[in-house]
Design a protein around this ligand. Structure first.
Ligand code: ADE
Ligand code: ZN
Length: 320
């Protein structure tokens, strides 16, 4: 499936940093982040909450606009090598620029410059989605939303929320989502990964998002599955991430096949590929093996993703 053209809607830029890249930055900056890796040099974590800590420690090495420029080039080169033609990437000012609008502008400029370079050399199109971090709380999210609103445009096109879904409630973040919406940004929220169906209902009702990051736990509520299919809510499903973090014990147990069969608009993404030992090619191969999906199904999923992408119509036409 490597060469199959793919549209990815859910990739955390910092979470896509290869371990060797992060080790290199730590060495350059004399930082001790040894707890981040196992004896083979891979990212090591026990569960989702430990993953969040390791993620924070690893990304603490990203400290300059130049670091983000290099990271963006490396990530987009790898995505393009796996057939990705369009990628929507979550960017967290909490990690880059510390929510200071001035510093954030500098980081964003570097990321966008690298994205333009990658589009020229590898043909991959990237758009940015500013993402606040739920467990950092609503006040910090407001500063993040301000960063997003101040830089909204044709490239920075969305706003979202990631982090620990068990912390707080979506409505605590409604102010930030309102600010982003008023700035013209399209909206998505991580929900239905560590929270059940109600968490997805709350994200839809209280934040007014049009897409849900993960959303797979709606499978526990047949009425909600039907409602999502009817309302054409798009799910950014990351099966390899869900299996690696233990949301489901194995690929067979993953509900993406059932959700697709019920008419829910599912798409496929990697989330944080090096953390979960996955790539877009791996995701497609595993889905094909597990659910017997053929190229026709993958074409359908990519059309859904392209139509749900937070980009302008001209860009969409290039991707479809
Ligand atoms: N940030 C990076 N990966 C995440 C995930 N799978 N869930 C929530 N927040 C995240
Ligand atoms: Zn995610």
């Amino acid at each position: 499936m490597r060469d199959f053209p793919k549209v990815e809607l859910h990739l955390h830029l910092e979470g896509a940093a290869p371990p060797a890249f992060i080790r290199g930055l730590a060495r350059e900056k004399n930082m001790d982040i040894s707890g981040v890796f196992d004896e083979h040099g891979n990212y090591a974590f026990k569960d989702f909450w430990h993953f969040l800590k390791v993620y924070e420690a690893a990304t603490s090495t990203l400290q300059t606009a130049e670091d983000y420029h290099r990271l963006t080039l490396a990530v987009l080169e790898e995505s393009a090598a796996h057939g990705v033609i369009y990628t929507e990437s979550f960017l967290s000012p909490d990690f880059c620029g510390g929510r200071d609008v001035g510093a954030w502008r500098e980081y964003l400029h570097a990321i966008r410059d690298a994205a333009d370079q990658a589009e020229k050399s590898h043909g991959i199109i990237m758009r940015g989605v500013v993402t606040c971090i739920r467990h950092f709380g609503p006040e910090k999210a407001k500063e993040t939303a301000l960063c997003a609103a101040e830089t909204a445009g044709d490239w920075l096109t969305g706003f979202g929320i990631a982090g620990d879904e068990t912390a707080g409630k979506p409505k605590d973040f409604a102010y930030s989502f309102d600010m982003a919406r008023e700035a013209g940004l399209r909206l998505t929220a991580h929900a239905g990964e560590w929270g059940g169906p109600q968490s997805v209902r709350d994200a839809l009702n209280d934040l007014g998002v049009e897409r849900i990051g993960h959303g797979v736990r709606v499978a526990e509520d047949p009425a909600l599955v039907e409602e999502l299919a009817e309302k054409e809510v798009v799910l950014e499903v990351c099966p390899g991430s869900n299996v690696a973090l233990g949301v489901y014990p194995n690929w067979r147990a993953h509900p993406i096949g059932m959700l697709f069969d019920k008419g829910v608009k599912v798409t496929v993404s990697t989330d944080d590929p090096p953390f979960f030992h996955t790539t877009m090619t791996d995701e497609y191969d595993r889905l094909s093996d597990t659910f017997d999906w053929d190229d026709g199904v993958f074409k359908t999923l990519n059309t859904i993703a392209a139509n749900a992408a937070f980009c302008d119509e001209k860009t969409r036409a290039n991707v479809l």
